[in-house]
Design a binder for this molecule. Structure first.
Ligand code: BTN
Length: 330
């Protein structure tokens, strides 16, 4: 459970010590003793916490004192940024949870309205596409799940995934001022590295959608050193790319505005206008691509989206094939 996970991580235990003794100086020696780590390791952990927005005062012969915490997402800020009538109007903000997807599903099953939004500062079991996990540390990311209840056939879910990618990409471009693009189906990339992923989970009945949960994960304010080593080559954050800290509430609010607008267009005019916006932001069209699909590898040129949201790839022999699910390398 939550407590066990926290106990395994030295910086979490360190933080707890400082919070329990708010305002007090704690000596490096005492911390080292209590956590069973060296003085150098204590100093490293303090610096790690500093990178995530915590502030410490260090006084010789007294020790360290916690003087500031990272800014948290506040419901009031978020509601100010979201000028929506449905999306995000029912909001649940959590400090820590396994996955916001599961929280949102629980609410959906209890009859929560369309637009219900769950945001967590930290996820301990963040989920990615294709059964992967999603690294979701506290403080500098945006981890959220939005409940949609469209009256549509189950087969429309891939279109909604692409719609969400357009909404997130447009919001990122306008709030962070960066040249973000979409890699099929819904990864958001900046200079070739991923900054955001979307996981759409849908539940159906009699071939109709009962509800969808659109999970959005964005690496917002992580500094380069905060990304685990194995992710550094493929992931980036909005802060790294834009050179500035991004207001997470403004970003979340803008995503909600974009989603509400695009969702309205989609419900009245269909997928056509959404596909056009997606294609304009795509970085995988007209390029040679390799796609890992459940049925094996496909190499060719990505040419367009079909009406269901599948990617059309032209193979070397001129034939085209439809990709419904897979991982694209551009
Ligand atoms: C991907 O693999 O690219 C999709 C990542 C989706 C991550 C988000 S974070 C909020 C929501 N909760 C989860 O557990 N996953 C999604």
């Amino acid at each position: 459970d939550k407590n066990q996970i926290e106990l395994q991580q030295p910086e979490q235990r360190l933080l707890r010590m400082f919070k329990e003794r708010a305002g007090e100086y704690i000596s490096g020696e005492e911390i080292s003793r209590q956590l069973g780590i060296s003085r150098t390791a204590v100093w490293k952990q303090i610096n790690k916490l500093r990178e995530t927005g915590y502030e410490f005062e260090a006084v010789s012969r007294k020790g360290y004192r916690l003087t500031g915490e990272p800014s948290r997402l506040a419901a009031a800020d978020l509601m100010l940024a979201a000028r929506t009538s449905v999306m995000g109007r029912n909001l649940k903000l959590l400090d820590v949870t396994g996955s916001t997807q599961d929280e949102a599903r629980l609410l959906a099953e209890q009859g929560a309205p369309e637009g219900t939004l769950v945001i967590a500062e930290e996820q301990t079991k963040g989920k990615g596409r294709m059964g992967r996990s999603w690294y979701s540390p506290p403080g500098n990311g945006l981890w959220m799940s939005l409940l949609l209840r469209p009256n549509l056939p189950l087969g429309s879910a891939p279109q909604l995934t692409l719609l969400m990618a357009v909404a997130v990409c447009r919001a990122i471009r306008s709030v962070a001022g960066v040249d973000a693009g979409i890699k099929w189906p819904n990864d958001i990339l900046i200079s070739g590295r991923k900054t955001s992923g979307i996981l759409l989970e849908s539940t159906g009945e009699d071939e109709r959608i009962r509800y969808c949960i659109a999970g959005i994960g964005i690496d917002v304010n992580m500094a380069a050193g905060e990304l685990p080593e194995d992710l550094r080559a493929i992931m980036t954050s909005l802060r790294i790319e834009s050179g500035q800290k991004i207001n997470r509430s403004e970003l979340a609010g803008t995503i909600l505005n974009e989603t509400e607008q695009l969702y309205g267009i989609y419900m009245t005019e269909g997928f056509g206008p959404i596909a056009a916006l997606w294609e304009a932001l795509s970085i995988s069209l007209d390029k040679p691509v390799t796609v890992q699909t459940p049925a094996g590898e496909v190499k060719g040129t990505a040419v367009s989206l079909d009406s269901s949201g599948a990617l059309i790839v032209r193979l070397a022999d001129g034939q085209t094939t439809k990709i419904i699910s897979g991982d694209v390398t551009v």
